[in-house]
Design a protein around this ligand. Sequence first.
Ligand SMILES: *Cc1c(COP(=O)(O)O)cnc(C)c1O
Length: 378
Amino acid sequence: MGQGFDTKSVHVTMKRENGIPTKVTPIHQSSAFTFDNLTDIENFFQGERDYLYTRVGNPNTDELGQAVAQLEDAPSGVATSSGLSAIMAGVLAVAKAGDHVLASTDLYGGTYELLANELTSFGIEVSFISFAGDFEHEIKENTVLLYTETITNPLLRTEDIQTIAQIAKRHQLKLMVDNTFATPYLVQPYHIGANLVVHSATKYLGGHSDSTAGVLCGDEDLIQQAKSRIVNLGANLSPFEAWLMVRGLKTLSVRMERHVKNAQALADALHQHPAVDQVYYPNDVSSKGNGAIVTIDIRHGCDIDRFFQSLGWIKIVATLAGVETTVAYPIATSHRNLPEDLQQQVGITKGLIRISVGIEDEQDIIDMMTSALDQAKK
Ligand SMILES: *Cc1c(COP(=O)(O)O)cnc(C)c1O
């Protein structure tokens, strides 16, 4: 098979079972797998046959984990029930009670809550810092993990993964990176030194906003550890959702190509709009483009309610990354539970609007957004 990214993403397929030559992988919608005899059971535990029970492993979820690992250029991968459960499994693969995690202040809101409220109750200490400046003095005796995102949310700062990975290595720490916003189409954090790469596959990997899933890829030993956490905490993905995600993966490249082209055009157009104070759109993500999220800060005095009421066919949602252009209001949704001082520190203001640019006609997106901003300015 060819080794190009596009070829790899299209040719995801597991080995065929039962000799039926289906073109795509069938859905193994079964909670368990049968055995012929006691030797057969023993063979499972000796690693000589594959499946026992779907919470422990299923061909469709395995296919998704392995496919994303291939695209990330990582040796191993595992699929989970959601992006957050993949993050949980990844952190728990590295950190135990008494260990310390250094995480970026500038994270997806749900990740912040998982780290600050849940993992601390497991006895894991977490500090939130910026990786943009010199942060080595924040590393403590019990620090084991650095955690950040390739492109931060919602202000879209590009993290310097290579430099952070070098620092992690020097201090013998693991580095875990959420690559949801960039996708392996734009950036492959494992390839530049991360130990674990996590995805909310709910977003671009699936791409069609029809199911929730997560994928964790990385070092073989860490993925083995994470698999144990997933099995024991019951964070497995269902076979059907895994199948949908694999179907989505096959068009990742063509979707991303259009997404990033439209996003660049929208960012350029909105710079000139009188209702827009600032456009956040990175320029240094990858040679293939800079992602498909454009965040804007609406000028003080503009009518934000009116903006949201004037969006026509563009829907207001608390998610991102579907084929349709959508908008989100971070201060009311994803970042609502962030402490107010952290909201201010990160820059989550009342005027901040996050646009997830879809794959429609570029000019239609620009026209609709411009007209809603015109309304807000009146
Ligand atoms: C959505 C998202 C998550 C959480 O994923 P779920 O699939 O909703 O659990 C984590 N990180 C980022 C960057 C996200 O956008």
